[in-house]
Design a protein around this ligand. Structure first.
Ligand code: SF4
Length: 352
């Protein structure tokens, strides 16, 4: 049996793709890069931007003939598009066999065992890579005004710390050398009285020769306890992805990000004071409703001041029902394109 996986968007989807891969390999299935040769196809969709949603719809529509070519093919679609538009997908693309909304806490091995591989035993999965991701929380309760994630992935739900630690220990025992903790906002992690800083310390104290990092941090929740904890970690790789989004306080407020540019800078300064070796990356959005030339200049200034190792920049697109979709999308697309190109050109050589 051959399977293929197409994963779009964020690290959560890529982590889920890895779970699917490990389970299917453990029961003897073979992966192919060419989905035309596959019996099962898994598509993990993203709707965080209009462009991503259009690509997902385009690809799913193109699969009608793939499904019809062979009787026993199985098409499984997961991710945010399913949470957002399950009814529409069912009515427009009835040839999809299984829809898995991203708002569910998915354990793919359990799901696949139940639905597709009822009788197959699970053996320890052969690991492809010594770098593995561990999901620590699902969903998000922040409601940044441009973001659809809280609507499609639901409110934040944190996994119990004991479960996370035991998953990490198993991965380490099987030869993994690097762990990435995943959540939409890892800094707000909470399990009873244990917070993100406590979780980091517990992971750091696990025995073994490994490093770890975490994605994604929110500046609003990067509190003093986390900052001082980072300074003492021995196994943290020093990679820090801390989305700024805009250098303009006016735009940050409209985005409901909950910090000012200066507060962001203070966090970075405090962390760099204790760990000068951090590899700082960020996300930026250009063309948010009402973004003036002056606002955009503040974003460019932030890029030059903060010395990011790399950053990801995107053009704004309204994602209803996220709140900013009710604002007039008044920055012309041509200007958004120009601003995006300008920002991307300002990446230093070696940045990506
Ligand atoms: S923190 Fe904001 S941008 Fe990130 S997932 Fe949550 S709502 Fe979206």
């Amino acid at each position: 049996m051959k399977y293929a996986i197409r994963s779009y968007g964020c690290q959560m989807n890529f982590a889920e793709a890895e779970e699917i891969r490990q389970y299917l390999q453990s029961v003897g299935a073979k992966e192919t890069d060419n989905y035309q040769l596959a019996d099962w196809l898994f598509v993990l969709t993203c709707t965080v931007r209009q462009h991503a949603e259009d690509r997902a719809w385009g690809f799913l529509k193109s699969l009608r003939s793939w499904k019809q070519e062979k009787n026993n093919r199985c098409l499984v679609v997961g991710g945010c598009l399913v949470s957002q538009s399950a009814h529409l997908i069912k009515s427009r693309l009835p040839y999809i066999d299984i829809l898995v909304p991203a708002s569910e806490n998915i354990v793919w091995a359990d799901r696949l065992k139940k639905i597709l591989l009822n009788s197959s035993p699970i053996c320890p999965p052969p690991l492809k890579s010594t770098h593995q991701s561990v999901i620590i929380s699902y969903g998000c309760s922040n409601f940044c005004s441009y973001c659809i994630v809280p609507f499609v992935r639901g409110p934040e739900r944190c996994r119990p710390a004991g479960e996370i630690l035991s998953q990490i220990q198993k991965l380490l025992q099987s030869g993994v050398k690097k762990i990435t903790l995943l959540g939409q906002n890892v800094n707000s992690y909470f399990d009873n009285s244990l917070d993100f800083a406590d979780l980091l310390k517990k992971i750091d104290n696990l025995s073994g020769d490994f490093t770890f990092t975490f994605l994604t941090s929110h500046p609003r929740d990067m509190n003093e306890k986390i900052i001082s904890t980072l300074a003492g970690l021995k196994k943290w790789s020093g990679e820090l992805h801390l989305p700024l989004q805009s250098g303009s306080d006016r735009i940050l407020k409209l985005m409901n990000r909950g910090y000012t540019y200066q507060q962001y800078c203070s966090i970075v300064r405090a962390i760099r004071r204790q760990r000068p070796d951090i590899c700082l990356s960020t996300d930026l959005i250009v063309g948010f409703p009402g973004e003036t030339e002056e606002d955009f200049c503040q974003t460019k200034k932030a890029i030059s001041e903060l010395n990011f190792q790399h950053f990801y920049a995107f053009k704004y697109s309204p994602r209803p029902p996220a709140r900013s979709a009710s604002l007039t999308d008044d920055v012309p697309d041509k200007i958004k394109e120009e601003r995006l190109a300008e920002v991307l050109q300002s990446q230093r050589p070696g940045q990506q």
